[in-house]
Design a protein around this ligand. Structure first.
Ligand SMILES: Cc1cc2nc3c(=O)[nH]c(=O)nc-3n(C[C@H](O)[C@H](O)[C@H](O)COP(=O)(O)OP(=O)(O)OC[C@H]3O[C@@H](n4cnc5c(N)ncnc54)[C@H](O)[C@@H]3O)c2cc1C
Length: 386
């Protein structure tokens, strides 16, 4: 298989790498410390075209593919994983379902602003009692007089509470199908009566990203806000999460790379017993593992992203398997990398003066969001035919 990047993909990598080094990384400490959303950074990323990367030019996209997006997410996350997840969720969870399953009217109404990064759309799947078991959704939408009336709650939803949040796609039970819940996807614009964005969470990491619980109380939207066919919500979110998992893999690779960069330069400067610590074999071995782990994770990220892009709306078992392996391997590699980076920094690694403390707090969630490591292992085992 061909791992050569196209000229466009190389250009995206260089642009995002420069932008992350010059704009994202220098702001990261302050955004993290004050739990601030980086509006100005998001605006600039919009101007660079990052929110439209994998979409057709017809709606203001750049005409790229999933690999182009993953390369961008990787580089931006090297500067700040909180900004990386904002991009990932906005594109993979927010805009992509509308792009892939929306009607022409829905696309024309929402996509131009979303693809320009002027607005953000979020994805409301997780509920207080339905996380890994997302099919156990309890939120209900009742068809009434040409509307959907929604009641229920969602939790841990990214990008729903910013000043530029335009709405959320929720999954809701819209009826029964032979004893099974019929789950549909419905678009709920921000400001709709009965749609409440509750107080933001106090998180361990990703402080520059926006995460809130949501509640819906007799929230009424027009019948035409159904996304895709009635009852198609389950299939849609499985497809959406497949793309999202590869992108979380990319985010993880970005942080793993940042851990390597920080550890190598620190190890060359910090001295003990009369030499830089990079001369001690114990430190060298820790450093040696990092490019190996990062490069392996990047390789499966590229392979999975290409396979996902080629498959279009049809997610084959092969693509699902690659996506699960990508997320699982890369998220665990990022955790090893951050743990190692803190260790190489010694006591300073435990202080917020160096970015590795933030990396360490940020990586844990890579093993949780968009399907936990246990869920990825379950999926891989199921696809093996167990
Ligand atoms: C910062 C952040 C942002 C998020 N953003 C979004 C978002 O934008 N939209 C959205 O819809 N969701 C979002 N999520 C939710 C995320 O996808 C869920 O947290 C995740 O899928 C796990 O669900 P849960 O938290 O309910 O854990 P649970 O499902 O309750 O799992 C708890 C533990 O049990 C394990 N477990 C569960 N079932 C099994 C099983 N059958 N076998 C073995 N182990 C099992 C899990 O692996 C985990 O270790 C976000 C989460 C976070 C933390």
């Amino acid at each position: 298989m061909d791992f050569e990047l196209t000229n466009e993909q190389r250009a995206i990598r260089e642009t995002c790498r420069d932008f992350a080094r010059e704009v994202v990384a220098p702001a990261a400490e302050e955004l993290d410390r004050h739990h601030k959303f980086g509006y100005d950074i998001i605006r600039q990323m919009g101007e660079l075209g990052l929110f439209g990367l994998p979409f057709a030019e017809q709606y203001g996209g750049a005409g790229g593919d999933h690999l182009s997006l993953c390369i961008a997410i990787e580089e931006i996350s090297r500067g700040d994983a909180g900004v990386g997840i904002t991009l990932e969720a906005a594109v993979c969870l927010g805009a992509a379902p509308i792009y892939e399953f929306g009607t022409r009217e829905q696309k024309e109404r929402w996509l131009p602003d979303l693809l320009a990064g002027r607005t953000l759309w979020s994805f409301g799947l997780t509920e207080p009692e339905a996380g890994s078991d997302a099919g156990a959704t309890k939120t209900r939408a009742e068809a009434r007089n040409g509307s959907w009336v929604i009641n229920g709650a969602k939790q841990f939803i990214t990008n729903c509470g910013t000043d530029i949040s335009a709405g959320v796609t929720i999954t809701a039970v819209t009826g029964k199908n032979g004893g099974e819940s019929e789950i549909s996807a419905i678009l709920v614009p921000s400001g709709t009566h009965g749609y409440h964005v509750l107080e933001s969470y106090r998180k361990l990491g990703w402080h520059s990203s926006d995460t809130h619980p949501l509640s819906f109380e007799d929230c009424e939207v027009p019948a035409e806000n159904l996304l895709g066919p009635r009852g198609g919500g389950y299939r849609q979110f499985l497809h959406t999460l497949t793309g999202g998992r590869i992108a979380i893999g990319a985010l993880s690779v970005g942080v793993a790379q940042a851990c390597l960069d920080a550890s190598l330069s620190y190890a060359k400067e910090r001295r003990s017993f009369g030499v830089p610590i990079s001369k001690h074999q114990a430190i060298q071995f820790k450093l040696a593992d990092k490019p190996m782990d990062t490069e392996l994770a990047r390789t499966i990220e590229y392979r999975a992203a290409q396979a996902y892009a080629h498959g279009g709306q049809e997610t084959t078992d092969e693509v699902r398997m690659l996506a699960a392996m990508c997320k699982l391997y890369a998220s665990e590699a990022s955790k090893r990398a951050a743990d190692n980076a803190v260790q190489i920094h010694g006591g300073y690694g435990f202080m917020e003066d160096y970015p590795v403390a933030r990396y360490w707090r940020d990586v844990k969630v890579n093993e949780i969001g968009e399907g936990t490591s246990e869920v990825q292992r379950m999926l891989i085992a199921r696809l093996l035919g167990t």
